[in-house]
Design a protein around this ligand. Structure first.
Ligand SMILES: Nc1ncnc2c1ncn2[C@@H]1O[C@H](COP(=O)(O)OP(=O)(O)OP(=O)(O)O)[C@@H](O)[C@H]1O
Ligand SMILES: [Zn+2]
Length: 721
């Protein structure tokens, strides 16, 4: 008897074991999806292995062996490498394996009961000649013989009734086929530069040094992309696949364009703006070896490569590389694992490497390659504006005269401006003038932002929307004060100050439509707008040579977060934003407005001094015992009822307090999120493996004691607030 061992998904039980089903007569193999009976239901499972057992062995089972109902796939979805990767992830992130398979596979192939089928298309093809055809029919059939096959809709459009007749005669047959990706259009080929000395050095270091991982620390505008393209070319010559990762969808259009300019249209693209069918089709392109270069965001790291030679992680410091729900993986860890297995090169590149990566490079764990010079050999000049002083001098609290003057000058010179304000909406806070009441999100305990365009308040965490209350719920006053500034208000302000200027605003509100990023950036590149303003999505990676002024409003906003990484996040954002200015021939300028201009994160960004920042920040982390000197793991217990969340945390705490070699911090109440109360325990220790072991103990006890709260384990959480 043939037995399939199947992982199944279950909404309440956290099962991480297989169930056995008989599968005689089915063509079923490891890595395929099957439909199985489970209790009274039919659910989708994922086959771990298939084995042959004797009748004797089957009889020894102390339960009735049920049969699988259907096999969903014709061939295994995962190769051995990805199977092992799922096992590794389940262990490392303490999640059931089925969750890892779901995480690795594109939506259409997920072992999940709600996964939709792949799209089928109806095609026609030439089948045979017959003797009795009319002249007209012969002509059409001859054309079909030539074309071999085409979409049925096209066929009907072209040949109408004659075409129908040929089908009924059996000369042309109809068949169904999975929809396939149409490869994108070619880009006109762009310039191929001769590498300068530091670029050549970087290429050589990666290709000819034995190190698997290279940290490429190249300042903004040092020409890192050109290094990636040369490396990709070398790998393709060795017949190897190449993966180029970018952190955010806003960066994909430029990278895709550059890669296509160099290598033609044979490039797969994988990011969140693709729909499920499109993702599936791109996935198949790689699986069927129709392309050997992929450009994509985080989840592209799971593409079904089988002879990978190079992974590039551009802007490796970026927090978007961390998945913050479900399987909380960091793309860098997965990339590392895959590079190891494929014996591929991994290039982590950034002008502002994460402290973790730079520290590793310092220790010699990664090869460190520095590119300290810009291509144009000049850095933008940075001016810091102390906003308290500016306001004292009766300047606008939104924008200092220095920044206004600088914008004016650029507009006169027909140069372009980028303005960064890391807050969307109109104003971030609505406060009662009488009693000071602030309208909060009922689900998340954060202030609701006012969005003037839609005339509503929005929560930026859970996206809930409410009308602006007519009266303050606390004191019934009708006088609201709209405090602070978001991108909508900035746009309005600039338009009043510079009525002639053409402005593009890019933030989450303006870019949810498909191709929005691409279109805005293309327009700005063609100088169809003078000012590009937006949130962090415009702060990094973009390369526009006519931008000679970058203005950063609220430069120290990130420092106000109560998070140990706030200085690093602030420095990264400022340095990256500065890097958008003066990338061409013309000298660039940057103006940073802030209230605390003395802070080392701001000072170092103003002097483009990563190394001093690194030294200072490492000192602070060392004193406070934070990563990269220690590892953190957070255990968060969430429930609508606070007592139940607490109960879970207390139980965990009593287990953990006896453990040695880790510090247990908490339980701490965090602000409510999406209607759930959250209590967190933080583990801090020198040995990462030990933290995982302890977290696993908590997880098992949590399940065993049937706790009501949801437990989320986050290995190396990026944020603590
Ligand atoms: N060898 C070269 N000669 C001339 N121009 C070059 C050369 N290499 C790159 N460039 C140009 O320099 C500009 C900056 O390069 P690129 O965008 O790769 O910078 P980067 O290092 O990725 O910066 P950032 O970290 O800011 O994204 C680009 O317009 C690119 O076309
Ligand atoms: Zn909310």
């Amino acid at each position: 008897m043939k037995l399939a061992h199947v992982f199944i998904e279950h909404s309440t039980m956290h099962l991480d074991r297989t169930f056995s089903y008989g599968c005689d007569g089915f063509a079923v193999y490891r890595g395929m999806r099957v439909v199985v009976p489970f209790g009274a239901k039919e659910i989708v499972g994922f086959v771990e292995r298939v084995e042959e057992i004797s009748a004797q062995e089957a009889a020894a089972y102390d339960f009735e062996i049920k049969r699988i109902i259907r096999v969903l796939d014709e061939e295994p979805l995962l190769n051995e490498e990805l199977f092992e990767l799922a096992n590794m992830m389940a262990k490392r992130y303490i999640v059931p394996r089925i969750a890892c398979f779901q995480c690795i596979l594109p939506a259409k192939l997920k072992p999940r009961s709600t996964a939709k089928c792949r799209k089928l298309e109806t095609w026609v093809r030439y089948e045979k000649d017959i003797a009795s055809l009319t002249k007209k029919q012969q002509v059409v059939l001859e054309a079909m013989k030539e074309a071999k096959e085409m979409l049925r809709t096209t066929y009907y459009q072209m040949y109408k009734s004659v075409g129908k007749k040929l089908i009924s005669l059996g000369c042309v047959t109809v068949f169904e086929r999975e929809a396939q990706a149409v490869l994108g259009c070619e880009e006109p080929s762009g310039p191929v530069f001769d590498l300068n000395a530091q670029q050549q050095h970087a290429v050589d270091a990666v290709l000819h040094h034995s190190a698997m991982v290279t940290l490429l620390h190249g300042v903004t505008g040092s020409g890192k992309t050109e290094v990636f393209l040369h490396l990709a070319k070398a790998m393709r010559e060795r017949d190897k696949q190449v993966l180029i990762l970018v952190p955010e969808i806003s960066l994909t259009p430029q990278m895709i364009a550059r890669v296509k300019q160099r290598f033609g249209a044979q490039v797969a693209i994988y990011h969140s703006a693709l729909n499920e069918q499109e993702k599936y089709e791109q996935y198949q392109l790689v699986k069927k070896h129709q392309v050997d270069i992929v450009v994509g965001t985080r989840s592209a790291v799971f593409m079904p490569f089988d002879h990978l030679g190079l992974i590039v992680m551009d802007e490796e410091h970026d927090t978007s590389y961390k998945q913050d729900r479900g399987v909380r993986y960091h793309c860098r860890d997965i990339a590392l694992q895959r590079a190891k297995i494929h014996q591929a090169k991994l290039v982590l590149a950034s002008a502002t490497p994460s402290l973790e990566s730079y520290a590793r490079a310092h220790k010699g764990i990664y090869q460190l390659v520095e590119m300290p010079k810009r291509i144009n050999e000049q850095f933008p000049q940075v001016k810091l504006v102390e906003m308290r002083e500016a306001v004292k001098k009766k300047e606008s609290y939104l924008m200092s005269n220095a920044l206004l003057d600088a914008i004016y000058t650029r507009l006169q010179r027909k140069e372009q401006v980028i303005l960064l304000l890391n807050r969307r909406g109109y104003t971030p806070i609505l406060r009662c003038m009488e009693c000071g009441y602030v309208q909060m999100c009922p689900n998340c305990e954060t202030a609701m932002s006012y969005h003037k365009e839609e005339g509503v308040l929005k929560c930026h965490i859970c996206d809930s929307v409410m009308p602006v209350p007519t009266h303050c719920p606390s004191c019934h006053s009708a006088a609201w004060r709209y405090m602070g500034m978001g991108t909508q208000k900035l746009e309005e302000f600039i338009q009043i100050k510079f009525p002639q200027a053409k402005i593009i605003r890019m933030d989450a509100d303006t870019t949810h439509k498909k191709h929005a990023h691409e279109n805005y950036l293309r327009d700005f590149g063609k100088h169809k707008a003078d000012i590009l303003l937006g949130t962090q999505m415009i702060a990094k990676g973009l390369d526009f040579e006519n931008v000679t002024l970058v203005g950063i409003l609220n430069g120290d906003a990130l420092l106000n977060r109560s998070d140990y990484r706030s200085a690093e996040l602030c420095y990264d954002l400022l340095e990256q934003a500065c890097g958008r200015s003066g990338r061409g021939e013309k000298q660039g300028e940057v103006i940073i407005q802030a209230y605390d201009t003395k802070h080392y994160a701001i000072q170092c960004a103003a002097h483009h001094d990563y190394k001093t920042f690194f030294k200072n920040e490492m000192n602070y982390r060392h004193l406070a015992g934070y990563p990269p000197y220690t590892y953190l793991t957070s255990l968060t217990f969430s429930h609508k009822q606070e007592e139940l969340a607490y109960q879970g945390a207390q139980l965990a705490f009593s287990l953990l307090k006896a453990k040695s070699e880790v510090r247990v911090l908490g339980p701490t109440a965090l602000h409510k999120l999406r209607g759930e109360c959250r209590i967190r325990i933080l583990l801090k220790g020198k040995q990462e493996e030990l933290l995982t072991v302890y977290a696993k103990d908590v997880y098992e006890q949590h399940l065993y004691k049937k706790q009501k709260a949801r437990l989320d384990i986050d290995l190396s959480p990026l944020y603590l607030d």
